[in-house]
Structures are given as C-alpha cells and as structure tokens.
Design a protein around this ligand. Sequence first.
Ligand code: NAD
Ligand code: SER
Length: 315
Amino acid sequence: MGETLERRILVTGALGQIGMELLDALSSRYGADSILATDIRDSNKLESSGIKFHKLDVLNKEEIERIIQKFEINEVYHLAALLSASGENNPELCWKINMGGLVNICELSRNYKFRIFAPSSIAVFGSDVIGVANQNSPLNPATIYGITKVSGELLAEYYHATHDVDIRGLRYPGLISWKVMPGGGTTDYAVEIFHAAVSGNRYTCFVDEKTTLPMMYMDDAIRATIELMEAPSENLSVRGGYNLACLSFTAEELFQEIKMIIPEFDCDFEPDHRQRYADSWPDATDGKQAEIDWGFKIHYDLKSMCYTMIQSLRQ
Ligand code: NAD
Ligand code: SER
C-alpha cells in the first residue's frame, strides 16, 4: 500500500451497507475533511463524523460535475446502485441507475481525470458456471442486476483502454456486516440471520439450507477496496472487476456455526423468489489474479466472522 496522493474523495451511494463502512475506513486513513459523502437519500447520520454530506442523484450529471469542480475531487467511490432483488422488481430503474450513473462518472473522469472505484459482483456469473468461478469464467447472468454488472465491467475496460480513465473494480461476494442492514440483495439472509439470532428470534431463511454462495466479512471487503485503489496502476491487469478469494458455506452451515455460539437459536428454510437468483450464482470465486496483481488475501474465516458479527451486534 501507500502511494502519496492528497485525496479529495467523493463517495456516491454513501449511506448504504458498504458506504457507511467505507466512510469510516477512508476517514481513518485520509481524514474526514478529505471526504464528501453523497446519496439520493437525505441524512444527518454523518453530522458527528466531520464528513461533509450532500444529497446527490447520480443521474444528475450537471450536479456531479458541479461538485467535482467545487471540491476538486480526484477520487470517486461510485457505490450508488440497485441490488439484485430490488433490480428484479424494477428492471428498467435498475438499468437506468446502474448504467446511467456509471456512464456519468466515466464521462466526467475523461475531463477531470479522477480515479474511480466501481464495484462489480458475483452476480456477473450465471448458471453455466458450476462450483468455483474463475477470473475468466463465462459471464452469462440471469438477473438484470447481473447484466448491469457485466455491462459495467465492459464499460470500465472500454473507458480505460480508449479514454485512459483510471477505473478499478472488484467482484464483491455477498458482504456480511453489522453496522448497516443490506439494501435489497439476495445475500441479505446471511446478515439478517445474525440480527435474529442476537435478538433471540427464530429466523426464516429465504433460501434453502443447501444454498452455497461466495461470501466475505465486510472488513476484508473494505481492505480489498482500499488496497486496490492504492495499487500502482501499471500492476493492474483487470479494470472491470477482480474476483476475490472468499468464504463459501451453505445456509445450513452458517446456521450451525451461529448455533455453536447461541445454542437456543433456531432457523427455518422457506425459499422465495430470491432462490432463483442465488441458484444462478457460483458457490465460490477464485481470487488468484487479485493476489498476483496487488497481493490481496482474505483474513476472516467462517468461525471468526460469526464470532465477530455476534460480539459486535451484542455490543
Ligand atoms: P446499498 O443498497 O446498501 O446502498 C446503495 C446506496 O445507493 C443506497 O444508500 C441508496 O440510497 C443509494 N442510491 C440508490 N439510487 C441512487 C441514485 N440514483 N443516486 C444516488 N444514490 C442512490 O448497496 P451496497 O451493498 O452498499 O452496494 C454498493 C455497491 O456494491 C453496489 O454497486 C453493489 O452492486 C455492489 N455490491 C454489493 C454487494 C453486497 O453484498 N453489499 C455485493 C456485490 C456488489
Ligand atoms: N449482495 C449482492 C446481492 O445479493 C450481490 O451483488 O444482490
């Protein structure tokens, strides 16, 4: 890590599951006064943090440009998006926000030359990938969300190769965290189950017990994000989205691991429409390329992740 750049950072979609954690990490690393957090929702949650907040719709290109000029932004973490389950409920809106927002950010970077982080997802893969997805496995997603993520990866490669835009991306696995509830994804069950367990409630899981997906504890994901953004540009062989090493467990294994810590916890499995999205994704992702190019290694395993989640929620 560690290139010297005085960062003036814009975060879009900052009030979401990843944004609120990323803000904490960016603030500790670069200082709260170097960050402008934005979201389409209004909030006073950041008032005590010293981080500036501005309401911003990523479809409003003029307003993004005004902000980039005013704050002389040189790094954008573009997190605003609709996730898989919300996307399937409104495919047109999902396309509009996920693609429209990204094109606005890429176009502005052609002029203003800021570095971009634009996350991709395990949802780029489809059911033709069995078991472990490699960096170069086929990309045939079954959801509109996945289609926007594949298109976003292609856009990133295009803007980098043709317009010299310094854009970087990760294919995040399902992210497990305790500070903010997830926002309309398929992997949300792996967060909800902890909230139920710690509150003494029975949980009804919306995928079946055998469902296996790539997952990661949020601290590893945030570290991956910052390590990628600090990596020397010439080391990066992928611009659209790096696969990451991940955790891979069934919903039943997650339940049993939580039960080791909270023996009275109980869980039912009643799959709903989200089962289909989960079934179209791989069980795990191979993260060799990220390790070779910029040294990423995962730290949390299933046990330490469950322990940390429960301790944190109890506090
Ligand atoms: P989230 O739903 O928790 O947060 C997204 C934020 O974007 C919300 O606060 C929402 O208000 C905001 N937003 C929506 N429309 C907007 C608009 N038009 N303008 C500005 N803001 C808008 O999502 P997240 O989990 O924080 O995900 C962030 C990014 O990471 C997304 O691109 C998502 O696809 C990707 N990702 C997340 C996961 C995960 O498990 N959380 C996994 C893979 C990829
Ligand atoms: N966690 C995300 C979702 O379930 C995957 O990108 O939509």
